[in-house]
Design a binder for this molecule. Structure first.
Ligand SMILES: Nc1ncnc2c1ncn2[C@@H]1O[C@H](COP(=O)(O)OP(=O)(O)OP(=O)(O)O)[C@@H](O)[C@H]1O
Ligand SMILES: [Mg+2]
Length: 331
């Protein structure tokens, strides 16, 4: 197998879709962990007042003292706010305070550039920065897109899911014109993919043709494993490292890192492969009734790459929560 590594410069990817629940946060956490596995230095940015990324990575948003909100308002430099996570990525955490930040930013000149400017001073410490955007096209998402080199659009392959894509692409077009000419659309990332139905594939084909966007392969199949991970404060790469979902995100991370391997056939074949594999799966759905793991889904336990988290870059103290229970950290 031929493996080639292309030169990697610091790259900022926004993960955005104004539609809720399409796996933006899951994709950021999983890609971050997968890039870390590859030895890349990764910063994750939680740009959602729901702070789900912060929670999923084992921190208690209610106990986080300094957050991305302080950074966007120019009160603190980003380096002071960044925290390490157990998965190995660093995190610019969010708290519910971020909800109020939108209103304050709106009255400020250059509000779209707040995140880009804040990241400028630390971006060279990382190979990749992944931004988890909120489910809206408001000023926070615009900040994410303005700070980014590329945008990845997670898409749940169901009827009408394409409708938001057009609106998001219009926003990308505006951002490119007004605040960030270098912004590229990396592509649509199919998530919660049910390969057992022709419908999911039809939706994907429709989106690709309608909007002329690349569909990133492989699709991430629907699996209850994803719902289990956030409660442990780790990504699926740790909680079910050998599952198909974890492997799919690893493939995407390799592509993002510019690592090519000889084992990638053309995209169509891979989509069909996944559909066949999903045919073998028991009925899995978000309601969470698992009919039993397939061989591939057996938890491999923590992966060998368990990096010791770096010391916090800034002065903020870690506020780790107990797994599965959101408890206020003892300070
Ligand atoms: N491939 C998958 N299979 C099954 N469940 C998944 C998958 N990906 C994500 N999920 C689950 O779907 C739910 C929504 O995912 P997530 O929070 O990542 O979406 P989101 O787009 O960030 O949502 P929001 O718009 O609210 O920020 C979560 O419970 C997550 O665990
Ligand atoms: Mg989210």
């Amino acid at each position: 197998m031929t493996v080639a590594t292309l030169s990697v410069v610091p790259r900022v990817l926004a993960v955005a879709n104004q539609k809720g629940g399409v796996a933006k946060t899951t994709s950021v956490a999983s890609l971050g962990a997968a890039l870390t596995e590859l030895g890349r230095r990764v910063l994750l940015v939680d740009l959602d007042p729901q702070a789900c990324l912060t929670f999923s990575l084992g921190l208690d948003p209610e106990a986080v003292e300094l957050s991305v909100h302080d950074v966007l308002l120019g009160r603190l430099s980003a380096g002071l706010v960044v925290l390490p996570t157990a998965d190995g990525s660093d995190l610019l955490p969010a708290t519910i305070e971020l909800a109020g930040c939108e209103a304050v930013l709106l009255s400020r000149t250059g509000r779209e550039h707040a995140l880009r400017l804040a990241l400028a001073e630390i971006v060279d410490d990382y190979d990749f920065v992944l931004i988890d955007c909120p489910p809206s096209l408001g000023v926070l998402t615009i900040n994410g897109l303005t700070a980014a080199d590329e945008v990845v659009i997670p898409l749940q392959c169901e009827t009408l899911s394409h409708r938001g894509v057009g609106q998001l692409l219009d926003t990308v077009h505006d951002v490119r014109r007004l605040t960030n000419p270098r912004l590229q659309v990396r592509g649509v990332l199919p998530t919660l993919f049910d390969g057992r139905t022709a419908h999911s594939r039809a939706v994907l084909a429709d989106v690709a043709a309608r909007y002329q966007v690349k569909v990133l392969e492989p699709p991430v199949a629907r699996s209850v494993r994803f719902a289990e991970a956030p409660g442990t404060g780790r990504s699926i790469l740790t909680t079910a490292g050998r599952s198909k979902g974890a492997q799919a995100y690893r493939e995407h991370a390799r592509a993002i890192a510019g690592i090519t391997s000889g084992r990638s056939p053309n995209g169509r074949a891979r989509l069909d492969d996944l559909a066949l594999a999903a045919d073998d799966l028991p009925d899995l759905d978000l309601a969470g009734i698992e009919a039993g793991p397939t061989a591939d889904d057996i938890d491999a336990g923590p992966l060998a790459n368990e990096r010791v988290p770096r010391e916090p870059v800034g002065a903020a103290r870690a506020t780790r929560r107990e797994p599965a229970a959101l408890t206020r950290a003892v300070r």
